[in-house]
Design a protein around this ligand. Structure first.
Ligand code: NAD
Length: 437
């Protein structure tokens, strides 16, 4: 199959490289000339484990290429995927469909012969209908079908998620589109991945319903964690205890500083808005959004509590800035709110992250940065672990304690054992367990 992928970000690039890996010919198009130049020189503009080797294989096989202009590629395509960003719209939180609209119009101008346009971006219910109208306005003669095929990959494990997904979801009422999508994914479905084919609107909603459910699950265990801190219970055992029930499941029950990232915050907001617009408000999702927002800043209070309420003038090290480990993605990371709250309380923040520093410097310019975790904690009264990078688990706590000027280890991701922290002479403030006061 000849595939054009519009948008070469986390989703477009991974999907494009994976489609090339399973035998399709793929051109990834992006309006960002710098990104395309990097890709053409063999670089990868994002950090995603394994993506460099996968992309290099696709390019070497002649099945993966990159371009800034779709005019030469769309006419040859059997299927064009739209994988552009759909950020939260400033002001009201609705999904901003500007990039999707631009891509749809641009595709319409160049389609030739029957072409399936597939929205892979996360888009609100009814967006497929809108894309269809846009294309018809631009090119009434175009022979196209618009389908939905939301993406469920997770950053950090994106390639495996794409090639070995729990499920593939797609939606269209057009039999020709369905046949094309089945062909595109056949190498993956042949290996056992189920393809759920639904109506287009249903497929669009599956993505939001899934993400909001996961956000609710995280927020739920975070609230249980807060209660554990008050009643001298341990959330790790509570999570294990409830996760053994197969109706609940063990995943997504790690208490922490609140969810962030490029998907959950904007997708919960967008679902909430869609539901309100259709006079069917989703109160649980609304509550989840506000509980999670409040939680991020509240993490700074754990540091303050350790020092009798004030951290004014103290140096606080923050380890981990990305919204989770194994990605360089800083979008809506809880670290942003936590660093801000620490700064508002008068602390001097010095931060370190294995992959997120470049973006962090742009988003949070007014703090100090260190080149290593050990450099970050030098002279700090407290060290806050915000992201559970593997390299933080390997830190020598005795060295950490020697470098720090105070004893506070605020382990928001519960990556250390009480014994090893105590043996190093540090005081551990974990999440969802008795607090050392
Ligand atoms: P991203 O910002 O990393 O990438 C989007 C890319 O699209 C950018 O490189 C941008 O330059 C490009 N672009 C914008 N308009 C364009 C146009 N008209 N033509 C060509 N290129 C254009 O975004 P992402 O994280 O890859 O997310 C893309 C979509 O996938 C979003 O809707 C997101 O919600 C969804 N999604 C993301 C993830 C994830 O983990 N990041 C997972 C599942 C779904």
């Amino acid at each position: 199959m000849n595939i054009v992928m519009i948008g070469a970000g986390y989703v477009g690039l991974v999907s494009g490289a994976c489609f090339a890996e399973i035998g399709h010919t793929v051109t990834c198009i992006d309006t960002d000339e710098g990104k395309i130049a990097t890709l053409r020189q063999g670089g990868i503009p994002i950090f995603e484990p394994g993506l460099d080797a996968l992309a290099a294989r696709g390019v070497a096989a002649g099945r993966l290429s990159f371009a800034t202009d779709l005019a030469a590629h769309v006419p040859l395509a059997d299927v064009v995927f739209i994988a552009v960003g759909t950020p939260a719209r400033r002001g009201d939180g609705h999904a901003d469909l500007t990039f999707v609209g631009e891509a749809a119009r641009e595709i319409a101008r160049h389609v030739s012969g029957f072409t399936v346009i597939v929205t892979k971006s996360t888009v609100p219910v009814g967006t497929g209908d809108w894309v269809e109208r846009l294309v018809a306005q631009e090119r009434p003669d175009a022979d196209i079908a618009v389908a939905s095929n939301p993406e469920f990959l997770r950053e950090g494990a994106a390639i495996d998620d794409f090639l070995r997904p729990d499920r593939i979801v797609a939606g269209s009422d057009d039999a020709r589109a369905r046949a094309v999508i089945e062909d595109v994914y056949r190498p993956i479905t042949d290996r056992g991945a189920p393809l759920l084919f639904t109506g287009r609107r249903t497929s669009e909603l599956v993505k939001y319903a899934a993400n909001a459910f996961l956000a609710l699950k995280i927020t739920y265990i975070n609230e249980v964690a807060s209660l554990c801190e008050k009643v001298e219970a341990d959330v790790r055992d509570v999570a294990y205890g409830i996760g053994l029930d197969h109706r609940i499941g063990a995943d997504f029950l790690s208490a922490g500083p609140g969810y962030g990232g490029s998907c959950f915050p904007k997708d919960t907001l967008a679902l909430m808005k869609t539901a309100q617009d259709h006079d069917s408000p989703m109160r649980l999702v609304e509550m989840c959004v506000s509980v999670n927002d409040a939680r991020k800043r509240a993490m700074a209070r754990k540091v303050m509590a350790l020092f009798g309420g004030s951290i004014h003038g103290m140096t606080v090290a923050v380890l981990g800035l990305t919204f989770k480990a194994d990605t360089d993605d800083m979008r809506d990371s809880p670290a942003i709110a936590i660093v801000q709250a620490l700064g508002d309380a008068g602390a001097k923040v010095r931060a370190y992250d294995p992959q997120g520093m470049a973006e962090a410097r742009r988003l949070i310019p007014d703090i100090a940065y260190a080149d290593t975790a050990y450099d970050a904690v030098r002279g700090a009264a407290a060290c806050v672990i915000v992201t559970d990078w593997a390299e933080f688990r390997r830190l020598d706590l005795k060295v950490l304690a020697r470098l720090m000027s105070g004893p506070g280890l605020i382990d928001l991701r519960n990556i250390f054992d009480d014994e090893e922290v105590a043996a190093a002479g540090l005081v551990r403030v974990g999440t969802g367990m008795p607090q050392p006061l």
